[in-house]
Design a protein around this ligand. Structure first.
Ligand SMILES: [Zn+2]
Length: 198
C-alpha cells in the first residue's frame, strides 16, 4: 500500500526528524514540537505516529526506542500542483512541501515570457500526434541532446554554451518540460535540468 502523506502528516514527520537523536526519538518531544510549532494536538500526533508504524516508516529499534526507517518510501502531494511526488524528491518551501518542478518554477528569477504559448504548444503537439523530439526546433533538439549526454545541467550552463540569454534558455526549457522531455531537480543548492525519465 502506497504511503501518501497529507499536510498534517508531513508536519508531524518534520517534527519526528527534528526530535530524532542517535538512539531514536521520544514521542513526548514530537508532541511538544508539533504543538508549539503547528498547533497539532497530542492525540493527532499519536494517531499519525500509529499510522506511520503501520506502514513501517516508524519502527521500534533494539534499544526499545522508536525510530524512523529511512528505507521506507513515502510520497507527498505537492501543495502547489497536486502531483504525487516521492518524499525524497520533495522540497520544503515556506512551510509547504512541493515537488522539484514547482520549486524550479518558483525559483526562476525570470518568468516564462509567454506561458500561453507553451500551453498551446502542448495542445498543438497532442492534436498532431507529435511525440518525443518531433516538431521541436533544431535548437531545442540540440539542447535536449546535450541534457541527455550530460545527464543533468544547470540552465546557466546551457545559456553559456548555446549563447542564449537566461530568459531565452528558460523559454526553450519550458517547451522541453511541457513536452515531458526534461524536468527540474534540486541537487544541493542548485537546480539542474535532467532527462524526464531519470
Ligand atoms: Zn508541484
Amino acid at each position: 500500500m502506497k504511503l501518501v502523506l497529507d499536510e498534517e502528516e508531513i508536519l508531524v514527520l518534520e517534527c519526528i526528524k527534528a526530535a530524532h537523536v542517535d538512539c531514536g526519538f521520544h514521542i513526548r518531544d514530537v508532541i511538544k514540537r508539533a504543538k508549539s510549532g503547528y498547533g497539532i494536538s497530542r492525540s493527532t500526533v499519536y494517531e499519525i505516529v500509529g499510522y506511520f508504524e503501520f506502514h513501517g516508516l516508524i519502527k521500534t529499534n533494539k534499544s526499545g526506542c522508536r525510530e524512523l526507517d529511512q528505507n521506507i518510501p513515502y510520497f507527498i502531494t505537492c501543495q502547489r500542483c497536486g502531483k504525487e511526488t516521492p518524499g525524497n524528491e520533495s522540497v520544503k518551501e515556506n512551510g509547504r512541501a512541493i515537488c522539484e518542478d514547482c520549486y524550479l518554477e518558483e525559483h526562476q528569477k525570470i518568468k516564462f515570457a509567454d506561458p500561453m504559448a507553451v500551453r498551446s504548444m502542448k495542445l498543438f503537439r497532442k492534436q498532431h500526434g507529435l511525440v518525443g523530439t518531433e516538431g521541436l526546433t533544431e535548437l531545442q533538439k540540440e539542447i535536449f541532446d546535450f541534457i541527455l549526454e550530460e545527464g543533468g545541467v544547470t540552465p546557466e550552463k546551457i545559456s553559456q554554451l548555446f549563447g542564449l540569454t537566461l530568459q531565452e534558455t528558460m523559454n526553450q526549457l519550458a517547451i522541453l518540460r511541457h513536452c515531458e522531455l526534461v524536468k527540474g531537480r534540486k541537487l544541493g543548492d542548485e537546480i539542474y535540468v535532467v532527462p524526464f525519465d531519470s
